[in-house]
Design a protein around this ligand. Structure first.
Ligand SMILES: Cc1ncc(C[n+]2csc(CCOP(=O)(O)OP(=O)(O)O)c2C)c(N)n1
Ligand code: SF4
Ligand SMILES: [Mg+2]
Length: 257
């Protein structure tokens, strides 16, 4: 496994992105939609693993969603589990290999719809691994249906007029639920819709892994991610839509630290 940062060695030309280098743990291009926030979250996650120098002892447990295709481009040992069951698998892995850094990578559909009990019980037990939840408020991979985290008024494939509490109930704030459980040692919510948000999210991920490595208890970072395809908005409007919708229901910051 090559741990060095890939760099072109060339000075950036005008109009070119300065950050041409990429974590060497990224083995190739992603195949997700233009404007998707999930590859941004993946990148900062991989950067944190590299910077903490724990790549060789990290095991990722990936759920099912658009991010599921990342297992082909991330140079980290991974296991892909049944929909929603990643925290249960991560529990077994961490208990058998306590010296490893273990994380789950799950979507809102995966974590909040298919397997809410899994993450809550893992947090209540104080399992010493890190859950990373990519929250875009839709089942992106299957066409953009409403999930438990879809915010009120949000249009989805199954709530074309917007989520209506009378018909569809209220959104579930996963990080808040997890934060209320005593086994939780670090809980935070970030977003990848702005440069500052990406930097903040990276700091949160780092603290979550540090919490795990210190053996303090369960950690979770919820990351709000753009899904312009599932939101029916132009790619360029994705970050603004995130700020105006999801972020109002799910404020950013640390809930337990
Ligand atoms: C038990 C089970 N139910 C349903 C599915 C179909 N399924 C695959 S991915 C997916 C959507 C996941 O949504 P989310 O976790 O929010 O990820 P996103 O695609 O939005 O990134 C669903 C419903 C499945 N694979 N297994
Ligand atoms: S459907 Fe949404 S979550 Fe899936 S790849 Fe496209 S933008 Fe990303
Ligand atoms: Mg989703």
């Amino acid at each position: 496994m090559n741990l060095s940062i890939v760099d072109t060695g060339q000075a950036p030309e005008h109009g070119q992105l300065v950050a041409d280098s990429k974590p060497s743990l990224l083995l190739g291009e992603h195949s997700l939609c233009p404007g998707c926030g999930e590859p941004v979250a993946l990148r900062v996650l991989l950067e944190v693993l590299q910077e903490l120098d724990i790549v060789q002892r990290t095991i990722g447990v990936v759920g099912h969603g658009c991010y599921g295709s990342f297992v082909r481009i991330m140079d980290v040992d991974v296991l892909q589990c049944l929909h929603g069951r990643a925290p249960a698998c991560a529990t077994g892995i961490k208990r058998v290999r306590p010296g490893c850094a273990v994380f789950t990578l799950q979507g809102d559909g995966d974590m909040a719809n298919e397997g809410l009990q899994e993450v809550l019980h893992a947090a209540a037990r104080g399992e010493k691994f890190t859950c990373v939840m990519l929250n875009n408020g839709v089942f992106g991979d299957t066409g953009g249906q409403q999930t438990a985290t879809t915010v009120l008024g949000q249009r989805t494939k199954t709530s074309l007029e917007g989520r209506d509490p009378e018909a569809h109930g209220y959104p579930i704030p996963v990080a808040d639920l997890v934060a209320s459980l005593r086994g939780s040692a670090y809980v935070a919510r970030g977003a990848v819709s702005t440069a500052g948000g990406v930097a903040q999210t990276k700091r949160m991920l780092r603290k979550a892994f540090e919490t795990q490595l210190a053996g303090k208890g369960f950690s979770l970072v919820e990351i709000l991610t753009m899904c312009p395809t599932g939101w029916f908005v132009p790619v360029a409007d994705g970050p603004g839509y995130l700020s105006d919708s999801l972020e109002r229901t799910y404020p950013l910051g640390e809930l337990v630290s």
